[in-house]
Write a protein that binds this ligand. Sequence first.
Ligand code: ADP
Ligand code: ZN
Ligand code: MG
Length: 650
Amino acid sequence: MSPAPAKKPKGKPVAGGKPPKRRGWRLLLGGPSFFGNLATTVLIFLILMSLYSLVGSLAQPSSDIPLSAVASDVAAGKISAITVNGDSLNVVYADKSTKTSRKDPSAGLPETLATYGVTPAELAKVSITIQGQSGFEFWFITLAPVILPLLFIAFFFWFLSRQVKGAGMQAFSFGQSKARVVDPADSSQRVTFADVAGAREAKEELFEIVDFLKSPKKFLDIGARIPKGIILMGAPGTGKTLLARAVAGEAGVPFFSISGSEFVEMFVGVGASRVRDLFQMAKKAAPAIIFVDEIDAVGRVRGAGVGGGNDEREQTLNQILVEMDGFEPTEKVVVMAATNRPDVLDPALLRPGRFDRRVTIDLPDRRDREEILKIHARKKPLGPDVNLAVVAERTPGFSGAELYSLMNEGAILAARENRKEVTQYDLIRSIEKVMLGPERKSHLLTKKEKELTAYHEAGHALVSSILPNADPVHKISIISRGRAAGYTLKLPFEDKKMQSKKQFLDDIAATLGGYVAEEMLFDDVTTGPSNDLVVITALARDMVSRYGMSEKLGPIAFGERQMGNEPYSENVAMQIDAEVSRIIDEARARAKEVITTHRQALDAIAKELTEKETVERSEFEKILIANGITPKKREEEGIVIAPSGKGDAT
Ligand code: ADP
Ligand code: ZN
Ligand code: MG
């Protein structure tokens, strides 16, 4: 039925993309660890407190006899020796028994005994040893109440500042920027332009920035103004983050990065203070690069949303603008940002003096794809039969991240079969895996479901083959993959840069082919084609409201209608809906006509599919020919000339 939508959904997380390296050290304490520290210190404090009271209680042994008894025993000559230890007395009697007692700590023993009426002569018979309190105990007991809290506070500050210094920064702030820093000296994390394939134009633009960061003096001396802000625009996975890091790597400067999405869940005010910290740190480390990834998360058009909840985003954005405006011309800090939604950015960001340099990164063309594959094949032993040019040719519309994950899947397949080398077959199988998700061999269809799926896919394939502007069929299968029960893989002959209205209309009809076949043959419709319907509805709506492809409404881009943001009237909204319905109705009628006219071919394709489950292009074309249909021709078999547009599965 229909797995991948006809057009790749924008902003989908890049499947299998290399996980971002997050090994750069943390700069300052994050909020949660601050409270973690507090808890630790409180705990330590409590332990010290209980220790203190324990020592205190040890220092007060219960006295055996009152001091008056000691005095009368001295007078009676029963005592041979007394050892004085602070205020406690150890009394040794003539019969060698010992007792303890206590005296007033401020007065000496002889004076004390004298007040009890002991005469000096009586006292002289007793040998008195003054031990004095053990130094530690005395000092501890007297000074602890003063010293301990001081120690505790000192420790707390030392603990905090150690973390800050550990990051090599003197800044001491609770505003914590969560920025990650890539140190230019750390070669394991260093990325250079050699790690980025293709993107020639982007690299050329960025060379200038590298030059400036390497020798800023040369530029400043001659009075040249270097752009403060560069924004990288491009589809997900095209290597924006990679390129930004490569600029830092080439120039050998520290790279401070933070992602716009991290600001979103923060408390009001925190985002702004993080931005301030980030800029401050970068200025100290200058020359340096600040990189704000996914800037659209904070940089959306202000005031467009409904109600509150935007305050934080707005404050963060404002702070970024304030910081950029506050740059001295001599500041050697370059701010880079990346987005895959340049259309939603606040125009204030793009004004001169801010992100006024725009660098667009396109999906790689065939040659670039081959280069990207080569880069990611560096550490993988490839078998002698591997031909990366062929893999590149079969992957129009793949992003760099998808090519990376293709190479990776290939290596996984080889490893799973205990082979030491990756073969061409591993890579070819991985193309479909990356495009559609893994095969689900365990997903068994009933006989009825199998037949229905076969007719559904045959419907897609047949309509694609008949309508002149639809992409040719590459492969059909009723083996489930990802969410789909079956799939028809269509690959355009060439990488497409633009799509025409006629192509869209034929695409919609081909995508409806599955639905129409089910409806005509089984006189019923299943939930199977629901995704097909989502795709065509979105496509038809875009045709009318974005691309000006409706004759009735004309060449107007209407924009999106949301609560609180209504760029057109209710009346126009109704007209758009009516046009969308008309486009879909007409496409449905055309699909019906194709299927009715070529019913025999449909049956033949469905039969073959039910038997074999997967039908490759050559077999498929044989069936077409047998039924009097001429398959679409490639100009020169196997060679694709122009460069983008992904193989579709419907
Ligand atoms: P983006 O930020 O545009 O979404 P990334 O820079 O995160 O894309 O790219 C993800 C991964 O895809 C990179 O780490 C890299 O492995 C691979 N990649 C993308 N583009 C390229 C390229 N032009 N050359 C080499 N590898 C690439
Ligand atoms: Zn389908
Ligand atoms: Mg990125």
